[in-house]
Design a protein around this ligand. Structure first.
Ligand SMILES: [Zn+2]
Length: 106
């Protein structure tokens, strides 16, 4: 008796699975390539110099925001290091705290 119940339920589950596959097809449009490996780990970089703005700018948006880890692909260790370094670079006026406000607005 109980066995019959479980077998019929399994059939229904299969149909639901098909629906899910259709949804996945939509998501496929979001082709968004990102490097899975941390950039610093890949290059075996242990320290980031605050004067190396060329490297730092890659991880800072135009508005001066630090790119989050899930987008940059950095590991936690290097993201922390990077954040500290960016803050230092900001203090030394090598990187912007925020985007430039157009003078016409004032
Ligand atoms: Zn890393």
């Amino acid at each position: 008796m109980a066995y019959d119940h479980s077998s019929s339920g399994g059939g229904g589950g299969g149909q639901q699975g098909d629906d899910r596959n259709n949804r996945r097809g939509r998501n496929k449009k979001k082709s968004f390539h990102r490097r899975k490996v941390c950039r610093f780990c890949a290059d075996h970089i242990k320290t980031v110099d605050y004067k190396d703005t060329k490297t730092l700018r890659v991880f800072v948006t135009e508005r001066g925001k630090i790119v989050p880890r899930r987008i940059s692909g950095n590991c936690a260790k290097h993201q922390r290091l990077l954040t500290k370094t960016v803050l230092r670079a900001r203090y030394m006026a090598l990187l912007p705290y925020t985007a430039m406000v157009p003078s016409s607005q004032y």
